[in-house]
Design a protein around this ligand. Sequence first.
Ligand code: SAH
Ligand code: SF4
Ligand code: F3S
Length: 468
Amino acid sequence: MASNITYKEFSDEKNYTAMSAEVMAVRARGDVPLACIRTYGCQQNVADSEKIKGMLSDMGFNFTEKTEDADFILFNTCAVREHAEDRVFGNVGALKNIKRKYPSVLIGLCGCMMEQKHVTDRLYKSFPFVGLVFGTHSLHKFPELFYNAVTVGKRVYETGVDDKTVYEGIPTRRDGTFKGWLPIMYGCNNFCTYCIVPYTRGRERSRKFEDVVNEAREMINAGYKDITLLGQNVNSYGKTLDEKKSFAELLAEIDKIEGDYWLRFMTSHPKDCSKELIDVIADSKHISTHLHLPFQSGNDRVLKAMNRHYDRVKYLDIINYAKERIPDLSLTSDVIVGFPGETYEEFLDTVSLVKEVEFTSLFTFIYSPREGTPAATMPDPYTHKQKTEWFAELLKVQEEIAAKRCASMIDRTVRVLVEGKTDKDGILTARTSGNIIVDFPGDESLIGQFVNVRITKARNWILNGELA
Ligand code: SAH
Ligand code: SF4
Ligand code: F3S
């Protein structure tokens, strides 16, 4: 399917970046303007924040973790569950005092919540101290929106734009130096009935094949050792491209790049997780032995009501094929408990699937109604208390599985990437290819390197080891 996606190079013809730098040099409280960017939600948001930081860097900003010290405060928000939204509203409310104390501070909000009209209406009415609001589709306009917000003296709101454009070349300031995110596509076309993402991120659009491969090469040459390809449904990568390319081909192409690195990806959707893709992983040199494949529910009626386009048998079929083809495969998944109308018996199908697959870890969520999604209007007869009990039951089952899986690692020697220090003196934290955390005593100079570690102890889902 060729599509009407357009590709544009990021440009700043009017030089808003330079003009903002001038304004901020005068307006900043310290020698250099400081920005505090707080990111909620998934890796897509983390990757977007890295672009915003890239643009802010070009505007002369340095960064701080403390809202108190910042001249510009920006929350990049998530709308996926009610809890995520409540946290944002609570934390924005707390910024009112900062604005009172330092009136020159600009407070901004961006991200998925800002693509929902009921949210921006509420903000406009109740949070007048928020000076800049923009949605996920307006990221490339950030320097201009920022300039307007600091010069015009009126609140700037830029939301609800549905742009089918892929912008390349937005400056990126990655948070890590050896672990990094690489977006390969934006948006989602799946419309799972519970999910807000297709409404907040718009239609699916893939970046061009060679743009992704080139960026991967740049990251590898710059010393990145753990690269995660990002998209809401990476398995459908390429569907909007004119040239016929699949996600499996993209992975295989990047895997050819010389270097010592791991390649990861998320999120895969079971409906188009092909055996060809599993074969590419199995035959690759760099792709990690970790597959995150959200199944959401183990019951076919519920899966249908969720609009997921696979059933239990198809899911298990791909899982079993992957287990056969990839030795030491580590599986993780997302699960929703208490989808509208899900009965206890149907929930037990989820439990039995969890027992059958034996995941390394699970991300488990209680269903949260999202305004504007089909599921939000479905009859939902079970109480939150009941759902919470089922949720606890599932967690208990998964804890036992995770403990058993971790215990089976004892005495094995595994390759890990050292990620940092723990709060315990002299203890480092690292991750296996299967994405399992291993803590071990070692010198800080090992951070950012691959080492071999012998596993000595398992504490639930965290392993302890020693340098081999
Ligand atoms: N694109 C990814 C996941 C995006 S959201 C995928 O399809 O797998 C991450 C997870 O949040 C989902 O997998 C789902 O388990 C959960 N989630 C999404 N909407 C939810 C809702 N309304 N209530 C509870 N959990 C939800
Ligand atoms: Fe949401 Fe489904 Fe798209 Fe994932 S695939 S982002 S769960 S609509
Ligand atoms: Fe949240 Fe948006 Fe990601 S809703 S989960 S930040 S795509």
